[in-house]
Design a protein around this ligand. Structure first.
Ligand code: TIU
Length: 243
């Protein structure tokens, strides 16, 4: 890969695994997957499936830091939300009937109907709430490309690279990264900006992405991305030297 000149301000080298990756920030979007109350808070979809939702809290501060930096730099920010129409017409029976949750998709819960658009539980958590001018993609599946306008949005904005974070690592983050990789996007997954109800699945989910020379993408810590986004000559030299 060609390296940017050290004085370039629109590009940066992220200290990622399995290799550093140079990104053109003008062709990069921050993609925040499903940071919704339904997954993050008690009484939502995640908990009805039997999960300990407190496992996900650690991803919030790193995402908040990236979101702040992205907003300050003018980077495209895209939020996604998993959920279904109130009449469940976009929810396959095979998904609704799945498993033995305490409440099924569409059932009334303490934050409104489980995983239904427009309900309180479906909304994004206050700490990461989208600004009015940010893009929010509603998705019926685990992947953010399936049955959504995401592909068209990325094409419209000339996006080639995705900084992917959110929940959960092995479900909606992994599915979206696999979809994005097949569509030609360089996906850099933010290790500390993702989380799973199962810590071992978080680790495995990241390992699968970066194995085999980065078979699905790259993995980096939020600090490495923030450092690469900082237009500081010493950072660029340091990142370049670590290659
Ligand atoms: N259950 C679980 O781990 N995740 C989901 O159902 N959706 C997302 O990952 N967003």
């Amino acid at each position: 890969m060609a390296m940017a000149s050290p004085t370039s301000t629109s590009r940066g080298i992220v200290a990622a695994e399995p290799t550093p990756i140079e990104l053109d920030w003008t062709a990069t979007a921050l993609l925040i997957i499903d940071m919704q109350r339904d997954f993050m808070e008690p009484g939502g979809f995640g908990e009805t499936l039997g999960n300990d939702v407190s496992q996900l809290a650690g991803a919030v501060p790193p995402i908040a830091a990236l979101l702040k930096a992205a907003r300050a730099s003018g980077m495209l920010v895209i939020h996604t939300r998993e959920g279904h129409l109130p009449d469940l017409s976009d929810a396959p029976p095979a998904k609704v009937e799945r498993g033995a949750p305490s409440l099924r998709i569409g059932d009334p819960g303490p934050m409104g109907r489980i995983l239904i658009r427009g309900e309180a539980g479906h909304d994004i958590i206050p700490a990461l709430y989208p600004l009015d001018d940010e893009i929010v993609i509603d998705k019926p599946g685990k992947g953010a490309f399936y049955a959504t306008e995401l592909g068209d949005v990325l094409q419209t904005y000339g996006i080639e690279n995705l900084l992917v974070c959110g929940v959960t690592t092995e479900v909606c983050v992994n599915t979206t990264v696999r979809e994005g990789n097949d569509r030609g996007y360089r996906c850099v997954v933010i290790a500390d900006g993702c989380a799973s109800y199962f810590p071992e699945f978080h680790q495995a989910g990241l390992a699968m992405i970066k194995a085999q020379g980065g078979i699905f993408g790259w993995v980096a810590d939020s600090a490495a991305v923030l450092k690469a986004m900082t237009p500081d000559r010493s950072n660029r030299v340091a990142a370049g030297a670590s290659r």
